[in-house]
Design a protein. Sequence first.
Length: 402
Amino acid sequence: MDEHIVILVIALIVLLYGYISKWLARFDISGPMMFTGLGLLLSPLGLHITQVQIDAEFVTILVEIALVLVLFSDAALLDLKLLKQSWKLPARLLFIGLPLTIVAGTFVAQQFFSDLPLTYLILLALLLTPTDAALGKAVVSDPKVPKVIRSTINVESGLNDGIIFPILLTVVALIGSGVEHAQGNGWIGYVAEQIIFGALVGAAVGYLGTRLQIACWKRDWMVESYQNLIPIALAILAYYLAEDFSGNGFIAAFFAGLYAGNTSEMARSHIEDFAESEGELFVLISFFIFGLAFVPITLPFVTVEVVVYALFSLTLLRMVPVMISLIGAKLDIATMAFIAWFGPRGIASILYVLIVAHEMETIKGFETLYAVVTVTVLMSILAHGLSAQPLANWYAKRHKAE
């Protein structure tokens, strides 16, 4: 692998997309669709200009940073005042819909992949449960869609991967140690520790970092252009501090953004600028790496069962649990279906596969799991990318934005 060639290619693709991005948007061709497609084109499956290993260290770091920045910026742009008034919908999705999705995903996986151990099937369900708002960006950023709905989808996307991550690590540890069934309640304490310390560290970094930024700005110590660099520093600081204090770094990044974006209007505006430029760049590069590295290595393991399960994962296994969780929330069927459909799979699932590959030091034995994740994310990039703006327009016509 020549990393310099990969970097050069990424630079050229960013330039190309930058020049024609508005034109592509007319055809509902999203950034993730474009970058994944070009990654496939340049991979061994296409022109074979370059290739990269799925477990290469720079790939892991790049995708990890991308997820941290996405969580931070998504949380910062949440309206906390609105969330306080309408927390019930996200809570339903996270505490009812999410567990139901994992259980349903595991159960159906047993029907398709009965030769795999139960822990592997649970791992598969965990890999495919997190959602990625970036793939349905038109939905969460379109002011025509009611704020409550946009906020609900954004909060679910921001929190579910952080909640699932420590559970996933626990299952990976069980598989690595050869244990087929969890014994005792030690893992519950571990998960609680990851969530609590992650949230506390993240909140502290976000609040103190923003206070310091405001103080320095008032004293005229800062050059204005540097304020757009503050978000990336705070997000990464929150992540690594939380990891050092036995917390979950991704949860920390989310809470850091939540506090930074809701304690200062000035900080919020700069985070928004950052999210639309530097933050999105990392996300798009991650999708390019997905097309370049993930798809070629897993394609030989794609079977009919893999494709059908991936289709189920994007539809029934996601939508039914979500709609069940929203029963009694006084929403019409169209709204329930709208929220249920926009559960794209993207950056978090890709990162989780990297983590499993890194922890297990081999893909042997996990080929089916990786193939399912790859096909599901590919389907999601296409299906949610093409449907985001049309469905946002359709829904907005029937529900006046509030």
